[in-house]
Ligand binder design. Structure first.
Ligand SMILES: Cc1cc2nc3c(=O)[nH]c(=O)nc-3n(C[C@H](O)[C@H](O)[C@H](O)COP(=O)(O)OP(=O)(O)OC[C@H]3O[C@@H](n4cnc5c(N)ncnc54)[C@H](O)[C@@H]3O)c2cc1C
Length: 410
């Protein structure tokens, strides 16, 4: 780390002083309207890209219409479930493993540069079963999973020893030791803060972003704080990514999938009943967080983009969770929230360069794994901007213009 960065680090997180910092940067930007790359969207994906570019010494401005991590990234459970999730392609599975590894590698540097703890914990996940038939059905359904996952079988007695808080009715469970989880808002803010420390500009509250492109490619963006020129624009606007791309005639649909989560807390005298590993079951997940809470999620409602929390949704989640961890009945209810996952017609994110507009890149549509995939997305986007092709990077199946007209219309 440079002496300057260490000095800034000592004076506290730049991002934590958000408001003042943003105002100062706005002033600077008005006088200096160019950066090599502009990233549109300050969710975990945009922030990871800004961090990676800044760490490679590139000039980058990140613009966010509201606040950092104010949309889907603030709703996530923060699981890095590379082994437990079912990915439909080998490429996505490999990216997930690589990204989880990188998040562990980045932790120290991120926390040091930003002054924000990301709450990363590797306590492992268990996938429990009520009986043998259930376990067999699960194994069969994952036979098509492209990469073998790292897991061991815990029978009833081993499970009771390792996880005494789990229901006595549980037949057994698969244990995955490398699975981890973190605090997603902190991760996005840490990426943004660390990027700033390394020279990136992060500007919140930037409205009315429109892409400026001519026959030679992208020229910059017009915004509520003026025109910003650049060589590259990365659209990392999550669910709204597709709307922005329409400005240059590209149709990359995003499909909303709403999800609700509840947070609970165990009293000190009930600590023995608190799970110390994530329970990743078929109908619910239960995630003990570094901030002392336990998060229980999540409903999945395709086509819904509202953020209302329903009694029905939370009731179902809590009942399912108490079925696995009975002590939850005695825990204190803290709060509940909802967010909207950005999915795509084929379930894959749009990651790559837009062939029809040179200099324009997309990084959105991470559906239910954007927190997990943030580190690798940042790295891949920086590689693409540096001139590597999607084919070279092995991510051609994620290129933005891959969908047929039929898939788009579905
Ligand atoms: C209930 C739930 C649970 C989840 N659990 C997990 C999990 O455990 N693990 C996991 O890996 N993932 C999880 N996810 C998925 C994860 O949250 C998303 O994949 C991820 O947050 C997407 O990040 P993003 O940066 O693409 O989008 P966002 O976080 O939505 O960020 C996009 C940003 O772009 C900004 N923006 C939009 N339009 C513009 C514009 N015109 N100009 C400027 N800025 C703009 C928005 O304000 C927003 O801040 C979960 C999601 C939900 C809803």
């Amino acid at each position: 780390m440079s002496r300057e960065a260490r000095g800034r680090r000592r004076s506290g997180s730049l991002y934590r002083n958000g408001a003042a910092c943003t105002t100062q940067i706005r002033g600077e930007i008005r006088g200096k309207l160019h950066a090599e790359t502009i990233v549109v969207g300050g969710g975990v994906i945009g922030c990871a890209i800004a961090y990676e570019l800044a760490s490679r010494g590139k000039e980058v401005i990140l613009i966010e219409r509201a606040r950092i991590a104010s949309e889907t990234s603030s709703a996530a459970a923060g699981m890095l479930a590379a082994d437990s999730e079912t990915f439909h392609t080998t490429v996505m599975s490999m990216l997930a493993y690589e990204s989880r590894k990188r998040l562990h590698q980045q932790k120290e540097q991120l926390e040091l540069l930003s002054g924000i703890e990301i709450g990363l914990q590797q306590s492992g996940f268990i996938t429990p079963f009520r009986n043998e038939a259930e376990m067999k059905k699960y194994s069969d359904s994952r036979r098509s999973t492209v990469l073998p996952t790292e897991q061991i079988w815990w029978d009833h007695s081993k499970l009771q020893r390792e996880a005494p808080w789990i229901s006595k009715e549980t037949f057994g469970a698969l244990y995955r030791a490398s699975e981890s989880e973190l605090l997603p808002v902190n991760l996005a803010r840490a990426y943004a803060g660390a990027a700033q420390t390394m020279g990136a500009k992060v500007i919140e509250g930037v409205q009315n972003v429109s892409l400026i492109a001519d026959s030679s490619g992208i020229q910059g963006v017009e915004t509520s704080i003026g025109r910003l020129t650049c060589k590259h624009v990365v659209v990392a606007a999550g669910l709204q990514g597709g709307e922005i791309l329409k400005q240059v005639g590209l149709n990359l649909p995003t499909l909303p999938v709403k999800g609700e989560i509840a947070a609970i807390q165990f009293a000190k005298h009930d600590a023995d009943y608190r799970p110390d590993k994530t329970v990743y079951a078929d109908n619910v997940y239960i995630v003990p967080k570094a901030n002392g809470e336990v998060w229980i999620g999540a409903t999945s409602l395709p086509g819904r983009s509202d953020r209302e929390v329903t009694v029905e949704g939370i009731q179902k989640l809590l009942a399912s969770a108490a079925g696995w961890v009975p002590g939850i009945q005695q825990a204190q209810f803290i709060r509940a929230w909802a967010g909207v996952r950005p999915s795509t017609p084929d379930g894959l994110p749009y990651l790559g360069a837009c062939k029809c507009v040179p200099g324009l890149y997309t990084a959105f549509g991470h559906y239910r794994n954007g927190i997990l995939l943030s580190a690798i997305t940042g790295s891949l986007m920086a590689d693409l901007i540096a001139g590597h092709s999607s084919e070279e990077l092995g991510i051609d199946e994620l290129r933005p213009e891959r969908l047929s007209r039929k898939e788009i219309m579905q």
